[in-house]
Design a protein around this ligand. Structure first.
Ligand SMILES: Nc1ncnc2c1ncn2[C@@H]1O[C@H](COP(=O)(O)OP(=O)(O)OP(=O)(O)O)[C@@H](O)[C@H]1O
Length: 504
């Protein structure tokens, strides 16, 4: 009887052994880091840590993807870096297909079979268009979107039908109540007041962007900013208005929206906003330096604004979905008289909510436009490389956090208390010192993504009491691994603790 039981146990163990083995098998990739990339210590350390290395083979610890970085030398690809990928990404291809990068002199590839990164599938046709990787991604997305379109239509119709039923039920209960929103769905919008342009007294121009011209003006006795968009930019106008109209969007660190309208003569669109006395953060920092406490006030209000924008709130039947800004820059942050920041320009923003597939669709379509027109300086490495999954809200928010890190750096680089004798350097955009004022997408990808470089943190900060905390905070915002970045909320908390620990 005992022998029988032993036999049974042994047989079971054997079966488990056979079936569990393939599951345990980890991806094996070729491993190589050439001399030319050895100076890039941080990047290489991350690739080395992605798995255990034995000779030229690495066994991947956490991912199933092999990566290869190749340089084109005399017309043939030469491997610079071969390794396991550092973080899990989608890599459905079994072979390593070249994706063009910097000026077509540099290619990356990802694949999901053992040792697949040793050979790159490379064709001359791939060199013709530097944006082809983006196009590929968008083609795939288009197919997926079309595939789920029918399903979404069904959902929208069902949601509207449900909302209609609820409305009818409520109307029966109380016909006197004036509903500003439809509480049955999270796709709520507040009613905004349509403003007649004759009610506004326009004064001088205070700013210009890619699309808009912004005037200072007076409306109902208050100083306001009026943002005009040409008639053809209805889509941009609607996107921005849609964000401002979200319930519960009002916050001290988000510019206050007063209303919108259309000029009858030239049919241009306009948005009326609370006026920010110091204009954009960019023009503020260009003109003046700050004290340590003033810089903390700017940073604190800025991170509060982003944390609020990213938050998912439900209060008294009103729902504010999370919003990713997606175009944060010192030109899109305003500074008010009290020395606090307010987020503005939501023309590229994305509402991250489950019942808003139509929003998602048009946001995907405008993504390329935003990538081309947005401030390149602030684009996170994964966005520059095109690795961002637009359906993943976390990715979009992590992109905002990277930009927030650069904004904090910009503010502290103009803080006179952080420099000997109060001599803060003149204001520069991130990477302007290293790559010049007319930096290109290619030079930025090479510097930020491939070389994993960030704006220079002055060495003497290490000697300041708060220096180590500043460095740590900046590095935790702009980490190349987007998932390792802090959330906007935790950045806000860290700045609050800086305020209490190092008040000068
Ligand atoms: N509420 C405001 N108060 C004061 N100045 C403002 C205000 N809103 C905008 N501005 C100024 O106008 C400039 C352009 O505004 P905004 O960024 O909204 O335009 P845009 O065309 O959407 O810009 P972008 O090129 O980033 O798309 C800002 O950088 C700022 O200097």
């Amino acid at each position: 009887m005992l022998v029988e039981r032993w036999r049974l146990i042994l047989a079971l163990e054997c079966i488990m052994c056979i079936y569990s083995k393939p599951l345990e098998q980890k991806r094996r990739c070729f491993f190589q880091i050439t001399e030319s990339t050895e100076h890039n210590y941080r990047q290489n350390k991350k690739y080395t840590a992605a798995g255990s290395v034995s000779g030229s083979v690495q066994v991947c610890e956490t991912t199933d993807c092999c990566v290869g970085y190749y340089r084109i030398i005399n017309g043939t690809p030469k491997a610079d870096v071969l390794a396991c990928d550092r973080i899990e990404k989608s890599c459905p291809d079994e072979t390593c297909k070249a994706q063009p990068r910097i000026n077509n002199q540099f290619f990356t590839c990802m694949c999901s079979t053992d040792l697949c990164n040793g050979n790159i599938t490379w064709g001359k046709e791939q060199t013709s268009n530097p944006y082809s990787y983006f196009s590929d991604v968008f083609m795939k997305m288009a197919v997926i979107v079309v595939g789920i379109l029918l399903f979404m239509c069904f959902c929208i119709v069902a949601a509207q039908w449900r909302s209609c039923l609820k409305k009818k039920k409520k109307n029966l209960q109380s016909s006197s109540h004036d509903y500003l929103v439809q509480p049955s769905c999270s796709c709520q919008r507040t009613k905004t007041s349509e403003i007649d342009i004759s009610q506004i007294e326009l004064q001088q121009i205070v700013g210009r962007g890619h699309f808009a011209t912004v005037f200072q003006g007076t409306y109902q006795g208050s100083v306001v900013a009026v943002k005009f968009l040409p008639a053809a930019y209805e889509h941009n106008f609607n996107t921005e208005k849609e964000i401002y109209e979200l319930p519960l969007l009002k916050h001290t660190s988000i510019v206050n929206f007063l209303g919108a309208g259309r000029k009858p003569d030239d049919k241009s669109w306009f948005i009326v906003l609370q006026f920010a006395e110091y204009g954009s953060l960019h023009s503020f920092l260009s003109k003046q330096t700050t004290s340590w406490m003033f810089s903390l006030k700017l940073c604190q209000s800025l991170s509060q604004g982003l944390s609020y924008l990213h938050s998912d709130l439900l209060s008294h039947d009103l729902h504010k979905p999370p919003v990713a800004h997606r175009d944060l820059s010192s030109s899109n942050v305003l500074v008010r008289a009290g020395g606090t920041c307010a987020l503005s320009d939501f023309g590229c923003s994305t509402i991250l909510r489950s019942c808003s597939e139509p929003y998602r669709r048009h946001n995907q379509n405008k993504n390329m436009k935003c990538i081309q027109l947005g401030m390149l300086h602030y684009m996170a490495p994964e966005i520059l490389e095109g690795f961002v999954n637009l359906n993943e809200s976390m990715f979009l928010m992590q992109g905002d956090v990277y930009a927030l890190g650069l904004l904090l750096w910009e503010i502290w680089m103009r803080c006179s208390d952080l420099f000997e004798g109060g001599a803060a350097p003149q204001h520069l955009l991130p990477y302007e010192l290293e790559l010049g004022s007319n930096l290109t997408l290619e030079s930025l990808i090479l510097y930020v993504s491939y070389m994993d470089k960030r704006p220079c943190i002055p060495e003497h900060w290490e000697l300041l009491p708060q220096g180590a905390a500043l460095r740590e905070l900046l590095e935790d915002c702009w980490d190349s691994d987007s998932e390792a970045r802090l959330t906007a909320h935790s950045i806000m908390e860290r700045i609050t603790s800086l305020q209490s620990s190092y008040s000068l």
